[in-house]
Design a protein around this ligand. Structure first.
Ligand SMILES: NC(=O)c1ccc[n+]([C@@H]2O[C@H](COP(=O)([O-])OP(=O)(O)OC[C@H]3O[C@@H](n4cnc5c(N)ncnc54)[C@H](O)[C@@H]3O)[C@@H](O)[C@H]2O)c1
Length: 253
């Protein structure tokens, strides 16, 4: 097992990718504090062994709550080794129809501020412990691509990529590693908004092999990235998108 006795915090734990990450981390020997804004979503861990998984309701867009979740992991499991800033939200709307308070700020607060707060709280904890922890951020292929209707989301994920680089550089003297994973189209509740606007079939073909990635496939990459096997991967975003960003969707698709 690659993560024996490691202690991890995973945000967005009740969502598609978060749940899969937690299942995989446990399989690899870790203990996990599962964090989500949505108390009900955390119910999916009710039957898990409390020695391995504990839950904590918190909003990652509030720094005090993020500090509290890190403290809670340390209180319950004795330390922190791995911080996974995975919580994220998205919405599809044309730019010129935006109402900034509703269509930009909330996405920025969760996707950008939430990751920033997670880096800060975990980095300080690793410093206090004098241990070389790992921080893994969930980015997106959209961090580096323009796309219609998802202005706020793409901007927030571009910030995640840059925070990953800058944090890795500043925390390197402490032995801390920071990296990110960039999924493309993963079959989770987040993508179901495209079903409602009639684009489900279209987006199912945007990856090279014309299928959705499964959350467990992202979890496999995450478990590798936070393990010692990935020790030389630092300050970068690893694509896990079946080639999404590397080809043009065919005209006659
Ligand atoms: N699904 C995809 O195709 C895809 C592609 C690229 C990137 N991502 C990224 O993967 C991550 C996980 O997404 P997912 O597909 O599992 O989505 P999801 O909607 O299934 O899960 C997201 C979870 O985050 C939680 N959350 C939302 N706001 C929060 C907050 N303020 N504080 C704490 N928790 C909060 C939600 O309650 C939910 O349980 C996100 O960062 C998303 O941007 C997803």
């Amino acid at each position: 097992m690659r993560l024996t006795d490691k202690v991890a915090v995973v945000t967005g734990a009740g969502g598609g990718i978060g749940q899969a990450i937690i299942n995989k981390l446990i399989e690899e020997g870790a203990k996990v504090l599962a964090v989500d804004l949505n108390d009900k979503a955390l119910g999916c861990f009710a039957d898990f062994d409390p020695e391995l998984v504990q839950t904590f309701a918190a909003d990652v867009s509030d720094f005090q709550q993020v500090e509290a979740m890190v403290n809670s992991a340390v209180m319950r499991f004795g330390k922190l080794d791995i911080m996974i800033n995975n919580a994220g939200i998205g919405a599809a709307k044309p730019l010129l129809e935006h109402e900034p308070n509703a269509d930009f700020d909330p996405i920025s607060k969760v996707n950008q501020n939430g990751v920033y707060y997670g880096i800060l709280a975990a980095g300080r904890q690793f410093q206090a412990q004098a241990t070389p922890g790992v921080i893994l951020n969930t980015s997106s292929v959209y961090a580096q691509m323009a796309a219609e209707m998802t202005f706020s989301y793409n901007v927030s994920k571009a910030a995640v990529d840059m925070m990953t680089k800058c944090a890795a550089l500043e925390l390197a003297p402490l032995g801390i590693r920071v990296c990110a994973v960039a999924p493309g189209r993963v079959d989770t509740p987040m993508l179901r908004q495209y079903e409602a606007i009639g684009l489900w079939n279209h987006i199912s073909k945007e990856q090279m092999r014309k299928t959705f990635t499964q959350p467990s496939e992202i979890a496999n990459i995450v478990a590798f990235l936070v393990s010692d096997e990935a020790n030389c991967i630092n300050g970068c975003t690893v694509s896990a998108s079946d080639g999404f960003e590397n080809f043009k969707y065919p005209l006659l698709g």
